[in-house]
Write a protein that binds this ligand. Sequence first.
Ligand code: FAD
Length: 292
Amino acid sequence: MTSLSRLTTIGTGGPAARFARPRTLEELEQALREAAGEGLEVFVVGLGSNVLAADEGVAAFVLRFEGELADVRAESETLVAGGGATNAVCLHRARTAGLGGLEFACAIPGTVGGGVRMNAGAYGRDFSLIVGRALVVSAEGAAWRTPAELDLSYRHSGLHPDEVVARVELGLESRPEAEIKATVAELVAQRKETQPTNKRTFGSVFKNPDHELGAGRMLELCGLKGHRIGGAVISPKHANFIENAGQATSADCLALMREARRRAREQFGVVLEREVVLVGGLELPDLEPAQQ
Ligand SMILES: Cc1cc2nc3c(=O)[nH]c(=O)nc-3n(C[C@H](O)[C@H](O)[C@H](O)COP(=O)(O)OP(=O)(O)OC[C@H]3O[C@@H](n4cnc5c(N)ncnc54)[C@H](O)[C@@H]3O)c2cc1C
């Protein structure tokens, strides 16, 4: 049985009820029909870099895209990528084709499908700026969607849970390879300076709130850097990251998230909204903003 702990960057989570690695659109459509027939939800896992899954397991048909669903090719100024293509491979293809615009994704360890679902972004840019259109598939069939139809905003898309991104066309622009390389080197160096890039994490825990302080700074001021529950630790480097310090469970991570939200609400009156995707019935309690 395939365990989510092997499919997520944080390295926690229990078994998937069903798991498959579709390689073509036909195999994907078949898997979606099977899931619907068995009454199972579908959960596509990209690189699992923004996912926290229940230790008890996930009652879903979990899919990871391979083959044609993860390939990448450049066509003029468009990069055509399978939903399972990694940002790293896309960036490499774009660079060698002399196409710029995807550099912001160099430190986002995910796939293009995950990038669209999360509208992933960094350094003031995100997928909404480069998606030309995306092929969205559900048990009902497949259709291309424009960025407006995808309803992309800060770490949000309007995709329904049962809709998956099979293919994406990214609109890039001509840029010298050396320039792309230099930008990427600079962004990666910045990242290493400020974030725990060599630890098991799931990226940002919370979205930045509508506040003068970002979530990381807020949690740092709450004294949470280095705070530990079980095998999970709030990163001593950046307080909006949780590190798996060894034998962490998803329950440990969730307990840290609860504590972080409680403290941010107590100290700043702000209810932090999670960025990480919870799966397998994990939930955070509702909190009301505190009266200041
Ligand atoms: C060290 C580190 C740094 C990070 N830095 C950033 C950052 O700077 N900016 C940022 O935005 N994020 C960042 N992240 C979070 C994460 O990398 C992004 O959210 C990324 O886009 C997730 O992609 P993924 O393929 O790994 O998706 P997963 O984490 O596997 O899944 C996330 C969500 O996307 C869905 N999904 C995945 N593939 C598909 C698909 N083909 N079709 C439909 N839905 C799909 C999943 O079902 C899930 O709901 C970071 C994570 C780490 C570990």
